[in-house]
Write a protein that binds this ligand. Structure first.
Ligand SMILES: NC(=O)c1ccc[n+]([C@@H]2O[C@H](COP(=O)([O-])OP(=O)(O)OC[C@H]3O[C@@H](n4cnc5c(N)ncnc54)[C@H](OP(=O)(O)O)[C@@H]3O)[C@@H](O)[C@H]2O)c1
Length: 396
């Protein structure tokens, strides 16, 4: 099978020129179709997003203690069709269209091994595009809201407020009567969030944003913030929140260290903590995570749907990453490891591919991996599938 493999970290950032990616940083390798263990299923991958965490992995900066060796296949989550099961746990999924998260990464390939418990069935009406981001962001939103409940908070500040996650958070919190104070950096983002019904939006490019932000936090007695940006913004947010506030830093989009005025720690009893989904879900029971999985499945087409900017083949990795890194708010960029036919490509219609939907096609697809495996065997030289990532949806 075909797998995209990273051969060199992007230590100097991501080139704008799409032609610099393949060969310099990535190769498309022919590797063995992996065999599922008794708790795993083999998924024919239809769509997989590029997430900010993937970019950190490509730079070699995502959790240095568990950095995979080069070359490795990135990609943490996606959607597709289960084509075989290694054991009884996943038999009922064979032939089903699913959304999944892959604890070891390796999703930017034609097939991926996924723990059976990390798959959720999707309805024929739910497109592979919509189902491509079922875990990382929706689970984090549920983690934020549960953190708020646990601490008795009725509101929260959220930076990078117009991210895919930020939009999900706004929509989800509307159903839970939690106020989100969104912090963004551009006018267009203000308009986008207003269109979603967001009530509190602050644009850091406006001169007086801090005064108005401070007044709103005081009015709502908001003492909880989730910050994806870091750098100066962490301190600006914390400084303008009420006494005893906590900012949980969960992303480093600015690529800068957090800067905090020391007096906020000393005299205001304010705190800065971290939030990482991987660790957070370890604190939740299996039953709770199972309920979250069900909730996400039901809300995927609505509250947890991300807007999709474009779908690319694995060969188009350069265009995919350079497009994403130049406009992260523009919607999710997805890979289609099986390729796109003319209709799916939209023949120049910029953007969305249409999925091969429906169970009939899914059934046909179950026949394919064995054939591909045989072909690969004949080719002789094959490489093992290297892995990345570590998010497990439900603890096994
Ligand atoms: N800790 C965890 O467990 C966890 C779990 C899930 C997600 N995350 C984090 O959640 C964040 C959002 O993920 P996503 O998939 O929703 O992202 P996304 O849809 O790709 O959007 C990224 C957003 O960040 C904004 N942004 C980028 N650099 C910025 C900067 N220097 N200052 C201010 N805003 C900036 C972008 O705005 P522009 O368009 O203006 O660039 C865009 O709105 C990421 O940091 C990700 O790593 C963390």
């Amino acid at each position: 099978m075909k797998a995209l493999q990273l051969t060199k970290h992007f230590t100097e950032g991501f080139p704008r020129d799409a032609s610099e990616y393949l060969d310099n940083y990535f190769v498309i390798s022919e590797v063995d179709v992996p065999k599922p263990s008794s708790s795993e299923v083999l998924v024919r991958v239809e769509r997989s997003p590029i997430n900010p965490a993937d970019l950190s992995g490509l730079k070699g900066t995502y959790d240095a203690s568990r950095r995979p060796e080069l070359p490795f296949t990135p990609g943490a989550e996606g959607s597709g069709v289960v084509v075989s099961s290694g054991g009884f746990l996943g038999w009922f999924l064979v032939g089903k269209r699913v959304a999944f998260v892959c604890p070891k990464g390796t999703v930017w390939a034609e097939y991926a091994l996924v723990p059976a418990v990390n798959c959720i069935s999707i309805t024929p009406e739910t497109s592979f595009d919509i189902a491509a981001s079922p875990c990382v962001n929706p689970m984090t939103v549920l983690g934020f809201v549960n953190t708020a409940y646990d601490g008795g908070h009725k509101s929260m500040v959220h930076t990078a407020g117009a991210s895919a996650l930020g939009k999900m958070l706004i929509k989800y919190c509307q159903t839970k009567n939690i106020d989100v104070i969104a912090v963004v950096r551009r006018d267009e983002q203000v308009e986008e969030l207003k269109a979603l019904g967001a009530k509190y939006i602050f644009n850091t490019s406006e001169e007086n944003w801090k005064e108005e932000f401070k007044a709103t936090c005081a009015e709502l007695n908001c003492t909880l913030a989730f910050d994806a940006v870091a750098g100066d913004l962490t301190g600006q947010v914390l400084h303008n929140m009420p006494k005893n506030s906590v900012v949980k830093v969960y992303g480093g989009l600015s690529e800068k260290p957090c800067v905090i005025p020391p007096s906020d720690f000393i005299f205001q009893n304010k705190r800065v903590e971290g939030f990482w989904l991987v660790e957070y879900i370890k604190t939740r029971s299996k039953a709770k995570l199972f309920m979250w999985q069900r909730e996400i499945a039901s809300l995927l087409p609505t509250v947890f749907a991300s807007s999709i900017a474009h779908v690319y083949t694995l060969e188009e990795v350069g265009t995919a990453i350079s497009t994403y890194t130049q406009n992260m708010s523009g919607g999710k960029i997805l890979f289609a490891p099986q390729g796109l036919d003319k209709a799916e490509k939209g023949e120049g219609e910029e953007g969305k591919g249409k999925e091969k939907e429906g169970t009939e096609e899914a059934e046909k697809e179950t026949e394919e991996p064995e054939k591909k495996e045989e072909a690969a065997t004949e080719e002789g030289e094959k490489k093992p599938l290297a892995v990345s990532g570590d998010i497990n949806w439900i603890k096994e």
